[in-house]
Structure formats: C-alpha cells, structure tokens
Design a protein around this ligand. Structure first.
Ligand code: C2E
Ligand code: MG
Ligand code: MG
Ligand code: MG
Length: 288
C-alpha cells in the first residue's frame, strides 16, 4: 500500500510538472505575438512628495491584456520574456510608449521606467532612450530608470557602459527594491544612483516593528549622506505614511495613495484629483 501511495504521489508530481511546463510554453507562444497584437498596456502609479503632498512622478508598470487570461501582471511573464530575449523589444516599446503617453499630460512630474538586466545589456538602449526623449520633447532629467541589484550582479561592461550613457543623456537612475538583495550596500558604491527605492518588505508592518523602523530610518539617512533621494514603496496605510515621513523619507508610493491605473487618469489635474484616493471629503491631503 505504501508503494502504491508513493506511485500516486509521483504521478501527481509529474502532472504538476507537466502543467507548469505547458503553462510556460503557452505564455512563451502568446508572448511572441504580444506586440503585433497590441496587447501590452502601461498602467501608472503616482509617487507623492511627503512635504507638499503633490505628485512628484509616475511609475510606468507593464500590463498584458490577454484575451483569455485577463490582465496579466509582470511577475507572470517577465521571467519568460527575459529568458527568451523578448524583453528587449518589449522594453523598447515600454520606453517609447511611456514617453509618448506622459508627454501629453499636463504638469511637471518625473516619469519612472523599470529596466530588466537583459535590457540594460542591450547595445541599443541609450539610442532608443535618446530618440524617444527627443521625439516627445521631454526634458531628460524628468526621466528616471529603475534597476534592481540583479542588473549590477551581472558585472558586465555593457551594463555599466549603458548606465553611464543614460547618465550622459541627463536621465536619472534609481536603485529599486533596495534592501532585500544580498549585498545592496555594495552596489551603492558601484554606481552614483539618484534615488533609492525602499522595498515594500520594510514598509509592511512598519507600525508594529521597531526593527523595520530602524532599517527605514537608516536607509533614509544613508541616502541623504550619499546625496540620493529616498522613496518608499508599497504604502498601504495612513499610519505607514506618517511614520515614513517622520523617519525622513521624502516620497511615497502605494495603494493608499493610488493603485497603478491606465494613463488617462492622469492627463489633466482634474483627472488626477479624481483618481487619487483622497479622504472622506474627497480632497487629497497627504501633507503633514
Ligand atoms: P517594482 O518596480 O518594484 O514595482 C512595484 C510593484 O509593487 C508593482 O507591481 C506595483 O503594482 C506594486 N505595488 C504598488 N503599490 C503597492 C502596495 O501598496 N502594496 C503592494 N503589495 N504592492 C504594491 P507590478 O506592477 O506587478 O510589477 C512587478 C515588478 O515587475 C516591478 O516591481 C518591476 O520590477 C517589474 N516591471 C513592471 N513593469 C515593468 C516594465 O515595464 N519593464 C520591466 N523590465 N520590468 C517591469
Ligand atoms: Mg520599480
Ligand atoms: Mg520596487
Ligand atoms: Mg519588485
């Protein structure tokens, strides 16, 4: 009986492996057509300044409007896109699309765009960026690229060269998901980042965790000492927001303020006001 049970468990395990492999193959096949079929869209999430309460910028976040699966988020397809190299044309589309869309909006805000490791190694990156900035008449200092330490772990000359070129163009570079990697601190010495984005892991439960408060406060002071700005990600409660401000964080982003939503929500000041989750009076007020 024990043997039979073992065989059943193995059979189930095989089925699960089959299912995962099939799923991956399906994603890969569908992904090949994604640009031709116009299924990619950008959502944007506002980042607010904790002193003024104003929108400091918007982060572009990729969404796949899949005909059968619905809206698919990057965690479910970026890995396949990276492994197959499809991230390069997809990423170039993101850069062009983000600048084309936000270039139409009113206001003076930063545009944040995520870059994956393969993109940062791509030889055309700086040309694509230069061309898109020029085409839409966007001041380079308003554009900020977000990379994680995975990009720098590759230790390749192409990466460092591309980051330097982005800097020469006048665009900014931020270190995303700071603090959760293996050696985040050492990467701060490798490249002069403009900003550190404090990972949501440290924001979650910060109200109840003296450790998380100490970590966030250290990161903001470190950023300050290195001449970098600090933005907290994943802010979901007002208590977290107030605490982050108290701990010296300049900017915040998270569901409390606004979910990532399509760009039409931010095209005019009135639309922005309506999109942001204000208090009961409907008035947006995240000031002190
Ligand atoms: P990220 O750059 O760290 O983006 C923040 C993620 O946190 C986003 O997930 C966002 O929707 C989510 N988020 C925002 N506020 C909250 C909150 O209050 N609570 C929680 N729990 N989550 C929040 P998303 O959009 O699923 O993106 C996941 C990751 O995929 C991004 O992490 C980024 O690394 C990558 N990504 C997204 N768009 C692109 C892109 O266009 N190109 C590349 N290469 N990577 C992208
Ligand atoms: Mg990011
Ligand atoms: Mg992040
Ligand atoms: Mg992340």
């Amino acid at each position: 009986a024990a043997k039979a049970k073992g065989r059943d468990t193995l059979a189930l395990y095989d089925e699960e492996l089959d299912r995962v492999a099939r799923e991956r193959r399906d994603i890969e096949t569908d992904l090949r057509e994604v640009l031709a079929r116009d299924q990619l869209h950008l959502h944007y999430q506002p980042v607010i300044d904790l002193d003024s309460g104003e929108v400091a910028g918007y982060e572009a976040l990729l969404r796949w409007y899949h005909p059968k699966r619905g809206i698919v988020t990057p965690d479910d397809f970026l890995e396949v896109a990276e492994e197959t190299g499809m991230i390069v044309p997809i990423g170039e589309w993101v850069i062009r699309q983000a600048l084309a869309e936000t270039g139409q909006w009113e206001g003076n805000f930063r545009i944040a765009i995520n870059l994956s490791p393969t993109q940062v190694r791509s030889p055309h990156l700086a040309d694509v960026v230069a061309q898109a900035i020029h085409a839409h008449g966007i001041a380079p200092h308003r554009v900020e690229f977000e990379i994680t330490e995975h990009v720098l772990m590759q230790n390749s000359d192409l990466c460092e060269g591309n980051l330097a070129k982005l800097r020469e163009l006048g665009t900014k570079v931020a270190l995303d998901d700071f603090g959760i990697g293996y050696s985040s601190l050492s990467y701060l010495r490798r490249f002069p980042f403009d900003r550190i984005k404090i990972d949501k892991d440290f924001v979650e439960g910060i109200e109840a965790s003296a450790d998380n408060q100490a970590i966030v406060s250290s990161i903001t002071r470190l950023a300050d000492a290195l001449g970098m700005a600090a933005t907290a990600e994943g802010v979901e409660t007002r208590a977290q927001l107030d605490l982050l401000r108290k701990l010296g964080c300049q900017e915040a982003q998270g569901y409390l303020i606004c979910q990532p939503v399509p760009g039409e929500n931010f095209a005019t000041p009135a639309a922005v006001q309506a999109a942001m989750q204000g208090d009961a009076s409907g008035i947006l007020d995240y000031r002190k």
